[in-house]
Design a protein. Structure first.
Length: 87
């Protein structure tokens, strides 16, 4: 798992500031962390849906497709909470 700050090249930039990337060998960890995020901050959905639908987006979101597996965090507060638990 790698973490990084988002910039204009990344999906979700402008809504989310940080992301955690998972490779294909870390799918179980992705599911575990996504469940933890759900329990910490409540429900969310895929980042592309958040961008299109929500005027007040949730503080976290994810993407899981053939090319990317990521969890997004809206502010440094959520990102630091995640980092304390999972790094």
């Amino acid at each position: 798992m790698k973490t990084h700050k988002l910039d204009k090249r990344h999906l979700g930039f402008g809504v989310y500031k940080f992301a955690a990337d998972f490779n294909y060998k870390e799918l179980e960890k992705f599911c575990e962390i996504r469940a933890w995020c759900w329990s910490q901050w409540g429900s969310s959905c895929e980042v592309d849906t958040v961008i299109k639908v929500f005027p007040n987006p949730p503080v976290w979101a994810w993407i899981k497709d053939d090319f990317r597996t990521k969890i997004y965090f809206q502010t440094e507060k959520e990102f630091q909470w995640f980092t304390l638990k999972w790094r």
